[in-house]
Write a protein that binds this ligand. Structure first.
Ligand SMILES: [Ca+2]
Ligand SMILES: [Ca+2]
Ligand SMILES: [Ca+2]
Ligand SMILES: [Ca+2]
Length: 422
């Protein structure tokens, strides 16, 4: 049995996802689908029941996980002049009026005309657990640090893509893209390409400050194994060596943040849980489990990527695993196959069982539910085995160990590429 799955092609130009380039697939354009939608490997000769597709090669794409070599899944990319799409799922959408990314498992608001986000609701709860993201730059001789409020003049985010798998919103400031936000089903990435650092900056930080609604959740990072309670009462934490991931497990969901910097030395974890009003602070001027990284000696501009996973409520300490997912993307390998007109010699005429129902010969287990596969295209016809590149992390994804599909009999998945007028 074949099933169509959600997918999208995104065009890439100079390393950035764009709304449109030339309308043709070239070497850096990306095919994106969710690893959880992959199926079994189809037996040799098995083809979708569509005559037009037989005239074109198909591509078998094998997806594997270097963090768990036993996991593999397959999808098949078909081209046809007559195939109709039956896909109804859409994992992420964009609301331009409210500047929201609406992933299946979260609602995220981008701060209009600024760098950062200031609303995060998880798992359909309607509860905003985020005060805002905070930026600080401490400059010699300046009593107060520069904050995200001082980074002004950014235009409203521009929607680049709103497909079935991901949303890409982009902020162009000057002549180059300053940041892009990629929203998937239960993960989003905040990529800042050029963050200007004020001259004379000695130390800087970026952090996620939660809202009072996050009170009662548990905070973990690489150094803090048993966790501390986010409640506005200060905690004592180990802050070195710096942790590159932070996790808050609460009653509406669990957020894991993985941060990567380019252009600054990361010196320590930043953490502040203190309800005391700080008049010099931004946002609600309180700190609820405000967690991030402090850096020293930043360059004139730094680049940083934040990958945020939205998991079910009250997860145990899993941040290290998700850091691994962020840093070790899924691998996709594509091979071209052609339809063979004659019946396959291996067909057994006496077979009584439905051949499609229980086919699972090679699939050992299903990938976890929301890892993404991105495949780059070569100009001609073959899918390259290389993964996509962008700043430092590829748009892989990942998610929830608790939401893996059952590893029972499955389907063969395919992406219908419908070519009109041929
Ligand atoms: Ca192109
Ligand atoms: Ca969409
Ligand atoms: Ca506390
Ligand atoms: Ca606050």
């Amino acid at each position: 049995m074949w099933s169509q799955i959600p997918w999208q092609f995104d065009e890439v130009k100079n390393g950035l996802i764009v709304a449109s380039e030339d309308g043709k697939l070239d070497g850096d354009d990306q095919l994106v689908f969710m690893a959880a939608d992959t199926g079994d490997q189809a037996p040799p000769g098995a083809w979708i029941p569509n005559a037009s597709s037989q005239q074109f090669p198909r591509y078998e794409i094998a997806v594997s996980d270097t963090t768990d070599p036993g996991k593999q899944g397959w999808v098949y990319l078909y081209r046809s002049a007559t195939l109709a799409s039956t896909v109804t799922q859409d994992y992420a959408n964009y609301d331009a009026t409210q500047v929201l990314i609406l992933g299946n498992q979260y609602v995220l608001r981008l701060i209009r005309n600024r760098v950062g986000v200031d609303r995060l609701e998880m798992n359909g709860s309607g509860v905003n657990i985020l005060d805002r993201t905070k930026l600080r730059a401490y400059v010699v001789g300046r009593p107060l640090p520069y904050t995200e409020e001082d980074l002004t003049g950014y235009p409203t985010p521009n929607l680049m893509r709103d497909g079935r798998v991901r949303v890409v919103a982009s902020v162009r400031f000057g002549t180059t893209e300053q940041l892009q936000v990629l929203g998937y089903r239960s993960r989003f990435e905040y990529r800042i390409y050029h963050l200007p650092i004020p001259p004379g900056t000695v130390t800087a930080r970026i952090s996620f400050d939660q809202s009072p609604a996050a009170s009662g959740s548990t905070y973990y990072d690489a150094n803090n194994v048993s966790g501390v309670i986010v409640d506005g009462t200060p905690d004592s934490l180990v802050t070195t060596p710096p942790s590159k991931w932070f996790q808050a497990s609460g009653s509406t969901g669990t957020a894991v943040v993985v941060i990567d910097y380019v252009g600054a030395d990361i010196v320590s974890t930043y953490y502040k849980d203190d309800v005391t009003i700080d008049p010099t602070d931004t946002g609600d001027k309180m700190s609820y489990g405000d967690a991030g990284l402090a850096t020293a000696r930043p360059a004139a501009t730094v680049a940083l990527t934040l990958v945020i996973y939205v998991l079910p409520p009250n997860q145990p300490r899993v941040g290290g695993k998700y850091q691994g997912y962020a840093e070790q993307p899924l691998q996709a390998q594509a091979s071209q196959q052609r339809f063979a007109a004659s019946p396959s010699p291996t067909t057994t005429p006496t077979q009584t069982a439905t051949p499609t129902a229980t086919r699972t010969p090679t699939r050992t287990s299903t990938p976890t539910s929301t890892r993404i596969s991105t495949v780059t295209m070569t100009p001609t016809r073959t899918l390259t085995p290389t993964q996509t590149l962008t700043p430092r992390w590829t748009p892989t994804t990942t998610l929830t160990p608790t939401r893996s599909p059952t590893p029972a009999a499955r389907h063969a998945a395919y992406l219908p590429i419908i070519i009109k007028g041929r």
